[in-house]
Design a protein around this ligand. Structure first.
Ligand code: PAF
Length: 281
C-alpha cells in the first residue's frame, strides 16, 4: 500500500492507474478508523479497481471550542486497518499541504446547511464542502463513499457534486453499529463506561420511533416527544437536537406521510454523538 503525503504524489499515482483503464474508488476519512470506515472501503473494493483513502483531520470543519486538538489520531493503527481491507493507497497530507499560506476559497451551500448539525456547528458544512471539493479535485475519483450515519453530510455532498458538475458518483453505505446498536464513530472512544452504556439509548429511541410509525403513528410531535423522553431518561444525556425532516430538502415535517429523516445529536459529557434513521410509511 502506498502512502502519499503530497498532493502531487497522489495525483501522479491516480493518473497512472487511470491511464490503464482502472476505476478509482475514494473513501475520505479523518482517520482513527473503525468498522464503519472499513465497510466503506470494502464497498469501494467491490466496485472499483483501485481504492484510495484519505486521512486528514480537517481543521476547517471544527468550530472554536470543538474537539480539533483532542480528536483521536493514530496513523500506525489506521495504516494496519486499511491494509486489512487491501486499500491501494492512503493520501495523508499535512494541514500545510491542504491549506497553504494564502488559502482563501470556500465552498458554501445556500441551503441544507443551516439546520440540524449545521445549526449547532456553524461553519461545519462549509469546512466539509471545501475539503471534500479539494479532495475530489486532487484524487479525481470515479466513485466516493460516505456513511449514512452522517445523513446531512451525504445530502450536502450529493447536492454540491451535482451543482458543481463534479464527475464523481456519490455512494452511500448503511451505518455500521456496535452490538447494542450504537453507531460506530471515532468519537465513541471519548465516552466513559457509564456514558457508553447510556449511549445505547440513541439506537433504542430510533427503533422505538420506527415501531410507533409501523403501528400507525403519523404525528411528528408525538414521535419527537417519544424519542426525547427516552433519551432524557438515561444518565448524562443532553439533547442537542431531535428532529424530523424531509429527506431531500431537510425542511421540517409535521406529519409523516412520506419517508422522513429522524435525526438526532446528543451530548454525553463533552462528547456529541449523532445518529438517524429514515422512517418509512
Ligand atoms: O465524514 C468525515 O469523516 C469528514 O467529514 C470528511 C468527509 C472526511 C471530510 O473531512
Amino acid at each position: 500500500m502506498l502512502i502519499c503525503r503530497r498532493i502531487s504524489e497522489v495525483r501522479e499515482l491516480v493518473r497512472t492507474e487511470r491511464g490503464t483503464g482502472k476505476i478509482i474508488g475514494f473513501v475520505p476519512t479523518m482517520g482513527y478508523l473503525h468498522q464503519g470506515h472499513l465497510q466503506l472501503m470494502r464497498e469501494a473494493k467491490k466496485d472499483c479497481d483501485m481504492v484510495v483513502i484519505s486521512i486528514f483531520v480537517n481543521p476547517a470543519q471544527f468550530g472554536p471550542g470543538e474537539d480539533l486538538e483532542r480528536y483521536p489520531r493514530d496513523f500506525e493503527r489506521d495504516h494496519a486497518l486499511a491494509a486489512e481491507v487491501d486499500v491501494d493507497a492512503i493520501f495523508y497530507p499535512s494541514v500545510e499541504e491542504m491549506y497553504p499560506p494564502g488559502f482563501n476559497t470556500n465552498v458554501d451551500l445556500n441551503s441544507l446547511t443551516g439546520c440540524l448539525c449545521g445549526k449547532s456547528r456553524p461553519g461545519h458544512f462549509r469546512g466539509v464542502a471545501t475539503v471534500v471539493t479539494k479532495l475530489f479535485n486532487i484524487v479525481l475519483p470515479d466513485r466516493a463513499y460516505f456513511g449514512q450515519k452522517d445523513a446531512q453530510q451525504v445530502l450536502v455532498i450529493r447536492r454540491m457534486a451535482e451543482d458543481l458538475n463534479m464527475p464523481v458518483e456519490i455512494v452511500t453505505v448503511p451505518t455500521v453499529r456496535e452490538e447494542d446498536g450504537l453507531a460506530m464513530s471515532s468519537r465513541n472512544v471519548y465516552l466513559t463506561p457509564e456514558q457508553r452504556r447510556s449511549a445505547a439509548v440513541l439506537f433504542e429511541s430510533l427503533k422505538a420511533a420506527e415501531k410507533a410509525v409501523e403501528q400507525g403513528e403519523r404525528d411528528a410531535g408525538t414521535i419527537l416527544q417519544l424519542v426525547r423522553d427516552m433519551i432524557s431518561s438515561v444518565p448524562e444525556a443532553g439533547i442537542d437536537y431531535v428532529e424530523l425532516r424531509n429527506i431531500s430538502d431537510l425542511n421540517p415535517v409535521e406529519v409523516i406521510d412520506c419517508p422522513v429523516l429522524l435525526a438526532l445529536a446528543v451530548r454525553f459529557g463533552q462528547t456529541r454523538l449523532i445518529d438517524n434513521t429514515v422512517l418509512e410509511v
